[in-house]
Design a protein around this ligand. Structure first.
Ligand code: DER
Length: 236
């Protein structure tokens, strides 16, 4: 099975938890895309009715509009019944790294407002500790971003952290990536385990200039993992 086929299997399994009448958080990324496609398919087959989608990015908003899924936002629906979204990393406590697609702020706002949050991943996303497979993204304001980048890097000196401003083509001098919210992203690369994640989270959020980070701690209620040997469902 290809990685994309595994993503689709996890996504379709998660959509089995969608009931008519739900207000749904619609995730962002290549795995969540399959869930949004499947929700639209069931809507058009009449198997699902009266769904309201709350998109976690402009990209998902566009996908849902093109599929005819009725949409709204958190202002109108401050409580969301269920969100289905992917992740870049899942650790053994179901803590997540998200945001390598750049949508972490809206994802975290919507997924924090959910009664249930189902994470869908292929098995390659399972890690021993946060940061093991790559960047831990931090959304920062553009004003004096270099100042914030340096403070973030110093904060995690003990973990051998390198902080890099995200560009559109991944090179140092490429055009700066701008989020849906008009902010920048500083990606943190750790050489060692950062230790207690709540402590790390609090330290990052205390920095004026930081908007939000990509560690989703104690938020997932269920993680659906699609692997070569089948589907594993992990509940909080
Ligand atoms: O950017 C994000 O948070 C995405 O959800 C990401 O974490 C997962 O994207 P993928 O399903 O394309 O791997």
């Amino acid at each position: 099975l290809t990685q994309d086929e595994l993503k689709k299997i996890a996504a379709y399994k998660a959509v089995e938890s969608v009931q008519s009448g739900m207000v749904l958080g619609l995730g962002t990324g290549s795995t969540a895309k399959h869930a949004v496609d499947r929700i639209a398919e069931l809507l058009h087959q009449g198997k699902l009715k009266n769904i309201i989608g709350i998109p976690t990015s402009k990209k998902t908003h566009q996908q849902a509009v093109s599929l005819g899924i009725p949409l709204s936002d958190l202002d109108s629906y401050p409580v969301v019944d269920l969100a289905i979204d992917g992740a870049d990393e899942v650790d053994s406590n179901l803590n997540l790294v998200k945001g390598r697609g750049g949508s972490l702020l809206r994802e975290k706002m919507i997924e924090s407002a959910c009664k249930k949050f189902i994470v869908i991943v292929d098995e390659s996303k399972l890690v021993a500790h946060v940061g093991a497979s790559g960047a831990m993204p931090v959304e920062v304001v553009p004003f004096c971003w270099k100042f914030t980048q340096n403070r973030l890097q110093s904060l995690f000196d003990y973990a051998g952290c390198v902080a890099k401003l995200r560009s559109n083509n991944g090179t140092e001098d490429g055009e700066i990536f701008v989020t849906d919210n008009g902010n920048y992203i500083v990606d943190l690369f750790f050489k060692k385990d950062v230790g207690d994640l709540k402590t790390a989270s609090d330290a990052i959020l205390r920095l004026a200039g930081v908007v939000e980070h990509g560690m989703f701690l104690d938020m997932a209620t269920t993680v659906i993992v699609a692997g070569e040997l089948g589907i594993t469902i992990k509940n909080k």
